[in-house]
Design a protein around this ligand. Structure first.
Ligand code: NAD
Length: 320
């Protein structure tokens, strides 16, 4: 007998739609996890997706891909939730909050009934509210429950600034924080190119009011609307964002990523999930990083938090 360690690193994806399967495909191209389960209300769809992914295995990284029920979450290290209803014509955002909160209650209860011991990562919208629902229903500690938050929004801003500055997007540190939605804000006061402030690098004295910078932020904030108008949904960007988060967990990276995390006094907020940079490792969220915000940014952040608070209330009523 050889003494080879065969550690299972297992991810369960709940919701085998555009986002869930794009993330699954991204995982197939990386040797980070070796077991992947797709769970969906539409069992035939999940089965078809798993079959298709499996046929790529001879070209990809060794991995088991299958479908299953919630009992599969028993030994999963990470459960990623990308399931939910999307907004229907005539339906308000608040209707969607209530509808998805109910769906999440059902999902999270079933995951917990399987004696789940791992980490929850939520991507379904409205992500800050549904991450909060996940925390409330699961009763897990806050380090083990978080959402993709403003990771995609920040990546979009990095990309749009990288185009203008002709600097690799990975070397542009520019966060969008707050709600993953219309009330998000760019933290211009702390934006850096390498270690140089964006203001020094560009020579623009008032970045927050510079028309081109405003355009770029709005382009990042509203990107989903533009993409949905053209192709019906967005999924590649978020799939790679989820992959990045997964790597940070399994490789115990202590990486800094803007995620939807529960605040406990940081940024003057208590008990809400909202997008801010946090340090992420194998245990989940290690700590929240508190950016020094300008006065305007503080006000915008407080407004964004108030909007989330209101939606949390709608979700709470829907599931009580
Ligand atoms: P989709 O409609 O393609 O997939 C949703 C899947 O969820 C479907 O396969 C459906 O059968 C399944 N589902 C519905 N109810 C379920 C339940 N109770 N149990 C199990 N499965 C269930 O949608 P999509 O394009 O993949 O988007 C999924 C979510 O991701 C949406 O909420 C979308 O807004 C969100 N999203 C988030 C970000 C982000 O940055 N966080 C980016 C893009 C999309």
């Amino acid at each position: 007998m050889t003494n080879i360690q065969t550690k299972i690193r297992k991810v369960a994806i709940i919701g085998a739609g555009f986002v869930g399967t794009s993330y699954a495909y991204a995982l197939l191209n990386q040797a980070i996890v070796n077991e992947l389960v797709l769970i969906d209300l539409d069992e035939a769809k999940a089965d078809g997706e798993a079959r298709d992914l499996n046929h790529g295995l001879p070209f990809g990284e060794p991995m088991k891909v299958k479908t299953g029920g919630y009992e599969e979450c028993h030994n999963a290290d990470l459960v990623v939730i990308t399931a939910g209803a999307s907004q229907k014509p005539g339906e308000t955002r608040l209707d969607l909050v209530a509808k998805n909160a109910k769906i999440f209650k059902g999902i999270v209860e079933q995951v917990m009934a399987a004696d789940f011991q791992g980490i929850f990562l939520v991507a379904t919208n409205p992500v800050d509210i549904l991450t909060h629902v996940t925390k409330e229903v699961s009763g897990l500690p806050k380090n083990r429950v978080f959402g993709s938050g403003t990771s995609l929004d920040s990546a979009r801003l990095q990309y749009l600034l990288s185009e203008r500055l002709e600097v690799d997007s990975r070397d542009i540190h520019a966060y969008i924080i707050g709600e993953h939605g219309d009330s998000s804000l760019p933290v211009w006061s702390q934006a850096r190119v390498g270690g140089v402030s964006l203001q020094s690098y560009t020579g623009i004295t008032d970045i927050a009011n510079d028309p081109d910078m405003i355009d770029r932020f709005e382009g990042a904030r509203d990107a989903a609307y533009h993409i949905i108008d053209r192709k019906g949904a967005t999924y590649y960007g978020i799939a790679l964002g989820l992959l990045r988060i997964t790597k940070a967990i399994f490789q115990n990276e202590n990486a800094v990523l803007p995620l939807s995390v529960e605040l406990d006094g940081e940024y003057g907020q208590q008990g809400i999930y909202i997008g801010v940079p946090a340090i992420l490792n194998r245990q989940g969220i290690r700590e929240v990083l508190e950016l020094e915000l300008s006065e305007t940014e503080q006000q915008q952040f407080a407004q964004s938090a108030a909007i989330i608070q209101q939606m949390n209330e709608t979700a709470r009523k829907a599931i009580q």
